[in-house]
Design a protein around this ligand. Structure first.
Ligand code: ADP
Ligand code: ZN
Length: 722
């Protein structure tokens, strides 16, 4: 229990921890979230153990009193330790980490009520099929507009129309209104023998209530979800909370439906596009223990669970678990750390685990559970290569004859196909046909990508957008734009040319931006309203479409360009995952991989379906390079709006580099994106032995140098892009 004097970890200030007096009659505890005066301002802070949070000693007589304690449970010691660990490991200010916990969207302060909606029983003046569908789906439901839109599979606009026409009405409810309770035994499936064995172990791990990192390694369609649901059930039965991390919000809707079928209630969701009231309600319910299961994006790791019993990271190999802005962390690793602090199991589920995770399993640090075959006897698809040096698609085309023929064949049989190309938009580069001018982002060193569906040129790094101009900004010629290279929209056009009768859908983060759009897409595919899906990495995971029997990979070499440490691994994962979408039902699947390098080890391993061979070769390559998991890498990124300032700051850091045997510093050199969002970026790379105290070295080094205020220095521990 803290004394009359407390130390705060203070948000929204560059100052370090500050001490305050606890006024008479105010009860605070470690972890309490409080309001304190700072000069003329009021700031939010968290009461911390002063011995763990070094700060300046101010005499008692000079202390100012705290102003208020917020009406939320104090952050528990486990979460405070996680904040400290994250700050230490990723070399990020503790306040920045804590901010991810407490200011998740104004979660803490706000009105005591929120608005939900329900049907009035009245009918709209103008009935449309969508309105009709919504009214049927929402019988007896009451929730926020967004949740209802998700339930009914319509857009929020449709529901607003119903509100305007009196068919729905708002209801003010308490922000702490309970959620529908999930039930462990609502609809239990019959598990296969393999699944039963894995599920039993997961259930035991939940019941043992101790730290257990587990790699759930099962081929696509083996029932990983089904088995970890048994562990979720065990946690529910023990009245403990569960966190399931998913890589992509587009997948959530399908997952929620499945979850609801199994447990009789939807889980609480957490992602970046939630509105403030939704966040507030969820945050409070998570802190009070009312929320039983949370399904969320990586930021859900930092929520104040009251009684966490299990963490699952689904599709744990996904690179979107790596946060690249602000505090640069890897959610997969933090999930394991959080489980460790909480003393609970963490399950990492994947069909193509990260090399690091496999290494942990093989070295005995993680337990490994394996599901070797698809559920229900479905075969893994047959994988064939299409050698583009022999099978030429023709000029301005990307689909080679064998893939064309296969698409044609599926269409005739009434089966579905999926074409994968990890490039959003119509074309990755746009030129002027007269002068060769290339359309470039003004804020980033990146080309603008033409998006024909939405008629714009967009930067995929900063979001900068313009309309395609009528004439070339350089030479002034009209109608000058030529598209270079393919994006998914262009591939979709090519499919429409080859198969004019096919119904083609583009599935990317542009077209499936909202949960409703994703739900509509899934429904359209399931109802066989779509023959060919053309999609980016978004469609490589999670979806289960039984009628989909052909997967075509447009360009398997794309990811291998550019000398990135993880290029081969990522290519393997993406292609294996997208291949895993084929033949999940009764009909066998076929996968055609277009490549110019059939001899490349990763492509050969994909064709042979030999995962072990690929991982072994990749492991050796990493060991040889001293790369993770055998060595430790870190990047330091120095940026400024002024090129010279950034370069000089990087140089100064380079000049003072530590000279050690076990840590080597490379650079500075321009970062891979040398200009990003208007900031010029330089980078130093650290390559360290496993045993080196990398964080301490970096901290000491960075502490020694002051930079002009315009310079930002960011640290990226275990970076993904090199
Ligand atoms: P994974 O997560 O490994 O890709 P899923 O859990 O999504 O696999 O399972 C693939 C498909 O098989 C899903 O449609 C799922 O409902 C079905 N399935 C898996 N196990 C069972 C089971 N024991 N009983 C009924 N259906 C199952
Ligand atoms: Zn940009």
């Amino acid at each position: 229990m803290p004394a009359k004097r407390v130390r705060l970890l203070v948000m929204n200030t560059a100052l370090g921890p500050l001490d305050y007096r606890v006024p008479e009659g105010m009860a605070v505890d470690y972890g309490s979230v409080v309001v304190a005066p700072l000069g003329p301002r009021q700031v939010t802070g968290i009461v911390w153990e002063s011995e763990r949070l070094p700060g300046t000693e101010v005499p008692d007589s000079k202390l100012r009193p705290l102003l208020d304690v917020l009406d939320v449970p104090p952050l528990q010691a486990e979460l405070r330790r996680l904040i400290e660990w994250t700050s230490d490991y990723y070399i990020a200010p503790m306040a920045s980490v804590a901010r991810m916990v407490i200011s998740s969207g104004g979660a803490l302060r706000g009105p005591a009520t929120m608005t939900e909606y329900r049907l009035t029983g009245g009918m709209p003046e103008r009935m449309t099929p969508q309105r009709q569908a919504a009214i049927e789906a929402l019988e007896g439901e009451q929730a926020t507009i967004r949740e209802l839109a998700g339930i009914a599979g319509v857009s929020e606009g449709v529901l607003r129309g119903l509100v305007n026409q009196g068919a729905m009405e708002p209801v003010e409810v308490d922000i702490d209104r309970p959620y529908t309770r999930a039930r462990a035994d609502f609809d239990q499936p019959q598990l296969s023998a393999d699944q039963r064995e894995v599920a039993d172990r997961l259930v035991a791990a939940v019941e043992e209530r101790k730290f257990a990192p587990i790699l759930l390694d099962g081929v696509t369609g083996s029932g990983k979800t089904e088995t970890y649901f048994e562990a979720v059930a065990a946690a529910l039965a023990a009245d403990r909370q569960v966190l399931v991390l998913l890589p992509e919000i587009a997948l959530t809707e399908a997952f929620l439906t499945r979850f609801e079928g199994r447990f009789g209630a939807a889980p609480v969701t957490w992602h970046s596009s939630m509105k403030a009231t939704e966040r507030r309600r969820a945050w409070r319910a998570i802190a009070s223990g009312e929320a039983q299961v949370v399904v969320g994006a990586r930021s859900a790791l930092f929520l104040p669970y009251r009684n966490l019993g299990l963490i699952v990271v689904d599709e744990a190999h996904e690179i979107s678990f790596k946060q690249e802005d602000g505090v640069r962390y890897n959610a997969r690793d933090i999930a394991v750390m959080r489980a460790r602090f909480e003393g609970i199991p963490a399950v990492l589920a994947s069909a193509t685990p990260a090399l690091e995770s496999l290494h942990m399993a093989d070295s005995g640090t993680y337990e490994k559970l394996v599901l070797p075959s698809r559920f229900g006897g479905a075969e893994l698809p047959d994988i064939k290569l299409v050698d583009l040096t022999e099978e030429k698609p023709g000029s301005g085309a990307w689909i080679a004859p064998p893939l064309r023929a296969a698409l044609q064949d599926r269409l005739e049989k009434g089966e579905q196909s999926l074409l994968f190309l990890n490039r959003r938009g119509y074309a990755p580069l746009t030129l002027c046909r007269h002068c060769g001018y290339r359309f470039k982002c003004p804020n980033c060193s990146a080309w603008l990508v033409e998006h024909r569906l939405s008629r714009r040129l967009a930067c995929h790094h900063c979001g900068h957008e313009t309309q395609p101009p009528e004439k070339c900004p350089e030479c002034g010629e009209p109608d000058c734009l030529v598209a270079c290279g393919p994006g998914v929209e262009r591939i979709a056009d090519e499919v429409r040319e080859i198969l004019p009768e096919a119904r083609v859908a583009v599935a990317t983060s542009d077209t499936l931006r909202t949960p409703e759009a994703a739900a509509q897409f899934v429904a359209a595919v399931e109802n066989k309203l779509i023959d060919v899906i053309v999609g980016t990495q978004l469609v490589t995971k999670g979806f289960h479409f039984p009628e989909l029997t052909l997967v075509g990979v447009i360009d398997a070499d794309l990811g291998l360009e550019g000398g990135d440490l993880r290029a081969a691994e990522r290519t393997y994962q993406q292609v294996a995952q997208v291949a895993g979408r084929a033949g999940r039902g009764e009909k066998p699947g076929e996968v055609l991989i277009q490549t110019r390098h059939p001899e490349a080890p990763v492509i050969a391993a994909l064709e042979a379906g030999d995962r072990d061979a690929f991982y072994e070769a990749e492991t050796e390559a990493r060991r040889y390079a001293g790369a993770p998991p055998f060595g430790r890498w870190a990047a330091i990124i120095i940026s400024s709006e002024d090129e010279k300032e950034a370069r000089e700051a990087a140089q100064r850091l380079g000049d003072t580099r530590p000279r050690l045997d076990d840590v080597q510093v490379l650079g500075p050199a321009p970062a891979p994106l040398a200009l990003l969002r208007g900031r010029y970026r330089y980078r130093l790379l650290l390559v360290a032995r496993r045993s080196a105290s990398l964080q301490a070295v970096i901290r000491d080094w960075l502490d020694k140098i002051d930079h002009p205020p315009g310079v930002r220095v960011g640290v990226d521990i275990d970076p993904y892009s090199f």
